[in-house]
Write a protein that binds this ligand. Structure first.
Ligand SMILES: Cc1cc2nc3c(=O)[nH]c(=O)nc-3n(C[C@H](O)[C@H](O)[C@H](O)COP(=O)(O)OP(=O)(O)OC[C@H]3O[C@@H](n4cnc5c(N)ncnc54)[C@H](O)[C@@H]3O)c2cc1C
Length: 474
């Protein structure tokens, strides 16, 4: 007789494992299937985020940032050291250890919540049945009351820059380099390209980022993008905009890259080339022909606002469906899907999903950019506060950047908050909370912020919206 579960989740990334835990919290019987295999051949839960994305990239960003600061800032504090060196093997060991601990933690969480963690491939059949092919063992068909598809995404490969796993690599390979490339090329100045470029640039690589779009960080507020571009330039990141890669060739020393920009055909030689041009939803071998699930023209599983697919009882969440490819967005969809399955009312507020880029300075925002507000036609006001005027930023030696608040003229509602500067990824949480509660700038203005703190910059930017900033000339 086939096994039966109230909920079968396919994929144990931040969308899938969270959905599984939430469903189990509702008292439902749950199985969570995942086939992720790390480079050492071991299976691990946690998906892209824990194994090859959010966590390992932040581990390396932290190490490389500390190295950079030790080299360039310690002196200012009066700290003397010998020559500061970097042991890449030790850095990578730390990264791998963090990933191991956190992925083992997910396995522990599944177990503690009495979720059956199944290692292998899941395929959705018709009639809410799931075919499970274990890594070791026989294929079985599982009956599911509900199915949640959470199969994530994979890097997009460029036909003109095929991966060879050595000189032309994807973001995962670039997080596991064992030596600092002397000359590194990155195709794509998006979040992933900038984070990876920053890591290796701080460790000494000469990094060139080639970006097809004319605008730097087109999705960010223009003021923030301009400030960030200036900072990255100062740090030595060579970002070439409006440059479309047309070919690559493996040469003795590395890779020869050809691209077109407004001046014509250009070429560049690098030791290693990282392709970071985005990710595509991953649904390979996931759906039986008669599963009834519909994909859109870009390969995303078609869902409604509640992440329901066209097939009753089958949900899809995370990177394999529309919306920003972010771990926290997928997790919230997982919570919503599990709540809906359990009969609760649940929703995701897609208007307040924060975005963070963990470069130095960090970049973070929530809500609309000034351009988007302008296009909406709603009358608005803005207020900004530079970190150069923040006492806390000053003592941290991190005065680049600013906070910008955009609010509606009619009812003072906060429409967007944009930060480039120290700990922007942490600071943005205050703005997300405020917007989740439909706060006005007056609410932020009335909120007492500890002194001296970076968060005071949010307070001051909110005050500046009404030309009331206290520590900056309005
Ligand atoms: C370098 C990098 C840095 C990133 N940094 C951040 C960040 O700082 N913050 C952030 O929010 N996001 C970040 N992201 C994006 C984030 O990793 C994804 O948005 C997130 O992992 C998506 O979660 P998910 O659960 O939808 O899919 P995934 O994490 O991709 O997990 C899907 C899982 O499903 C498994 N699977 C797929 N098909 C099957 C099948 N048929 N059977 C069994 N198992 C299957 C996969 O093996 C995988 O384990 C980063 C991504 C990268 C690449």
């Amino acid at each position: 007789m086939s096994r039966q579960f109230d909920v079968v989740v396919i994929g144990a990334g931040p969308a899938g494992y969270v959905a599984a835990i939430r469903a189990a919290q509702h008292g439902l019987s749950v199985a969570c299937i995942d086939e992720w295999t790390n480079k050492d051949g071991k299976n691990a839960f946690g998906g892209t985020c824990l194994n090859a994305g959010c966590i390992p990239s932040k581990a390396l960003l932290e190490s490389s940032e500390l190295f950079h600061r030790a080299q360039h800032e310690f002196k200012k504090h009066g700290i003397t050291t010998g020559e500061v060196g970097m042991d890449i093997t030790a850095m990578q060991k730390r990264r791998a250890g963090i990933v191991r601990q956190l992925t083992a933690g997910i396995a522990g969480l599944l177990k503690a919540n009495k979720i059956e963690g199944l290692v292998g491939h899941g395929k959705l059949l018709a009639g809410k049945k799931v075919e499970f092919t274990p890594v070791n063992g026989d294929v079985e068909t599982i009956d599911a009351g509900h199915v949640i598809l959470a199969t994530g995404s994979v890097p997009i490969e460029l036909p003109v820059a095929r991966y060879d796993g050595d000189k032309i690599v994807d973001s995962w390979d670039a997080l596991e380099f064992t030596a600092v490339p002397k000359r590194m090329g990155v195709i794509g100045a998006g979040v992933i390209g900038l984070e990876i470029g920053s890591v290796w640039a701080r460790l000494g690589a000469q990094v060139t980022v080639i970006e097809a779009m004319d605008d730097f960080l087109f999705m960010a507020d223009r003021d923030v993008a301009r400030t960030a571009a200036k900072e990255f330039k100062k740090q030595g990141l060579d970002i070439r905009l409006g440059a479309k890669v047309t070919g690559t060739e493996l040469v003795k020393q590395g890779v020869s890259v050809t691209y077109e920009d407004k001046e014509g055909t250009q070429s560049l030689e690098v030791d290693q080339l990282v392709v970071a041009v985005g990710r595509r939803p991953f649904t390979d071998s996931l759906l039986a022909e008669d599963s009834g699930i519909q994909l859109d023209d870009r390969g995303f599983i078609v869902v409604d606002d509640e992440c329901r697919t066209r097939v009753k009882g089958v949900f899809a969440i995370g990177d394999c469906v529309r919306g920003p490819m972010l771990a926290h967005k997928g997790s919230e969809e997982g919570v919503m899907a599990a709540n809906l399955i359990a009969g609760e009312i649940s929703e995701v507020n897609y208007d307040v999903v924060p975005s963070v880029i963990y470069t130095a300075p960090e970049i973070a925002w929530v809500g609309k950019t000034e351009q988007q507000v302008k296009e909406s036609g709603r009358a608005y006001k803005t207020g900004s506060f530079p970190f150069a005027a923040s006492g806390r930023a000053k003592v941290m030696e991190q005065t680049s950047g600013m906070v910008k608040v955009i609010a509606a003229v009619d009812d003072d509602e906060i429409l967007g908050v944009h930060i480039v500067g120290p700990m922007a990824g942490e600071l943005i949480a205050e703005a997300v909370l405020a917007m989740e509660f439909s706060a006005s700038t007056e609410d932020l203005q009335r909120t007492i912020h500890a002194h001296p703190s970076l968060a005071e910059a949010i307070h001051e930017a909110a005050l500046a919206v009404d030309k009331r900033a206290l520590n900056y000339i309005n």
